[in-house]
Design a protein around this ligand. Structure first.
Ligand SMILES: Nc1ncnc2c1ncn2[C@@H]1O[C@H](COP(=O)(O)OP(=O)(O)O)[C@@H](O)[C@H]1O
Ligand SMILES: [Mg+2]
Length: 364
């Protein structure tokens, strides 16, 4: 087929496409063809556009920054250039565009210019922006409500604790007061998790307060605290290597408590929970192990996602659990420049392993 005829066919097919501007640019950067989509998108007729420098489709800033030449150069060098950016219509109106520029060569390998496809993505951009804005608003709302709920809850807890000391309470009333107190404390824990969640999500992550720590002793204390809450359970602690480093003590205690609570509540009650603190060259590794029904393999990828739990059958139906625990644990590990992983099977049981570098990661 003669080249000219091929060109015409090409032209005919492109003519019908209305949603994309598709046009050729010659090796000197002048517009060489113009389809209906280009006319619609850019506002120039074929007669106005053909022969003009394609730089007229760019914003003046981009022209000044030599973007049009840069695009052609990159497309010529690599064969293909793809980007999102702002482009201009006839009359100066701007729009968000997705552009693809492909360099063309004839059968003899001689460079014959470029074909450019431009799509108006303003609609998509504004939907994305709106979704993002809404998500941020919702997360901020969670943050504000959680924060403001802390004060009345603290008052309830305090008043109830005082009431509990009143020796004139009848046993029935004392039991009621105890229930109020447990519920208020549970609500406080939930609120604290929600606040952590919003801080990690919209607050730009946890801000850590580093302090020198010795993890063997530190973990031992955390385990002692947990023992008080679960006096009937068996907890084993193993130590190895050097435990010195710098971490955020409050956050680390939170990580440990979450993992220990999980092991104790989701694991087999009859079997011990094992905690291992292992000093390695540059980091200290904490492993918390329990026996029991494994976490289904399908649930593992979502385990650290907020508000997602193992699975229905796996739940202990614990009230006051909203599936934020492991998300927060992971955020704490990541904030320290560390990692968290899980291994779970019927034979091996479930082990959560946190690897924590001994020193703060370099500031980003
Ligand atoms: N040690 C564990 N053994 C078995 N399952 C676990 C263990 N830790 C966590 N899980 C599963 O992962 C889920 C998510 O844990 P988490 O984020 O702490 O939320 P929550 O404990 O509030 O349900 C739990 O609901 C449970 O199904
Ligand atoms: Mg939990």
């Amino acid at each position: 087929m003669p080249e000219r005829e091929r060109d015409e066919r090409f032209h005919l097919n492109l003519e019908d496409i209305k949603d994309y501007a598709i046009f050729r640019v010659d090796p000197e950067g002048r517009i060489a063809s113009w389809n209906a989509g280009a006319e619609r998108l850019k506002g120039y007729t074929a007669r106005e556009a053909i022969g003009q420098p394609f730089a007229m489709l760019f914003t003046p800033e981009d022209v000044q920054a030599h973007k049009p030449e840069e695009e052609l150069r990159l497309a010529a060098e690599t064969g293909l250039y793809e980007a999102e950016g702002v482009r201009m219509r006839k009359g100066g109106q701007r729009f968000d565009a997705h552009v693809i520029l492909r360099s063309l060569s004839d059968q003899g390998g001689v460079h014959r210019g470029f074909i450019k496809v431009t799509q108006d993505i303003t609609g998509r951009k504004s939907i994305e922006a709106e979704l993002q804005e809404r998500a941020e608003f919702e997360q901020q709302l969670i943050g504000i409500v959680s924060h403001d709920l802390r004060t009345p809850l603290a008052a309830i807890t305090l008043a109830t604790a005082l009431l509990q000391r009143d020796s004139s309470l009848s046993p029935r009333h004392a039991a009621t007061v105890a229930r109020i107190l447990t519920s208020a404390e549970r609500a406080q824990r939930l609120i604290a998790s929600l606040l952590d969640f919003t801080q990690a999500r919209v607050g730009g992550g946890f801000v850590l307060q580093y302090a020198p720590l010795e993890l063997h002793g530190f973990v031992e204390l955390a385990v002692e605290d947990i023992r008080l809450l679960y006096p009937e359970r068996e907890l084993h602690l193993e130590h190895e290597g050097e435990g010195q480093g710098e971490w955020d003590p409050d956050r680390l205690a939170q990580l440990l408590t979450n993992l220990l609570n999980n092991a104790l509540t989701h694991g087999l009650r009859e079997a011990p929970v094992r905690v291992r603190v292992q000093g390695e060259a540059d980091s200290v590794v904490l492993a918390i192990h329990n026996q029991g029904k494994p976490i289904p393999a399908a649930a593992v990828p979502h385990l650290f996602t907020p508000m997602r739990r193992g699975d229905g059958a796996h739940r202990t139906g614990q009230p006051g659990s909203i599936g934020l625990g492991l998300y927060i644990v992971q955020q704490i590990a990541l904030a320290h420049g560390g990692t968290i992983s899980v291994d779970s099977s019927q034979e091996r049981g479930t082990t959560f392993t946190a690897r924590l570098p001994r020193h703060p990661p370099p500031a980003r």
